[in-house]
Write a protein that binds this ligand. Structure first.
Ligand code: FES
Length: 103
């Protein structure tokens, strides 16, 4: 059994200038946004523990920016804050996969 109900990893990998990577799409800011919002909304509780982590390259750079939600092992890409809000509300809070953002 997973220690966390939802454990989210954001690739925030930064490659040298000119090479494609998730942080070229502001992945670190996206991760910080989700971490702050989960805290602000009180989604992580003693009974529903959520953790939002930064990760290095997750090996799916061509589909980036990417994040993965465990224990479900569901991968997402995202464009803007409204995509992240939908992942927070639907998947992280309510356990429903956001099909339109799934990769
Ligand atoms: S740089 Fe993000 S998956 Fe490789």
């Amino acid at each position: 059994m997973s220690h966390y109900d939802k454990h989210v990893f954001f690739c925030v990998n930064q490659r040298p200038a000119g090479e494609d990577c998730c942080n070229n799409h502001d992945a670190q800011a996206a991760r910080d946004y989700v971490k702050d919002k989960v805290k602000q909304l009180g989604i992580s509780t003693e009974k529903h523990q959520v953790r939002i982590n930064s990760a290095g390259c997750l090996g799916r750079c061509e589909l980036g920016p990417v994040l993965v939600v465990y224990p479900d092992a569901v991968w997402y890409t995202y464009v803007d804050r409204s995509d992240l809000d939908e992942i927070i509300e639907e998947h992280i809070r309510n356990g429903r996969v956001v099909e339109r953002l799934k990769i």
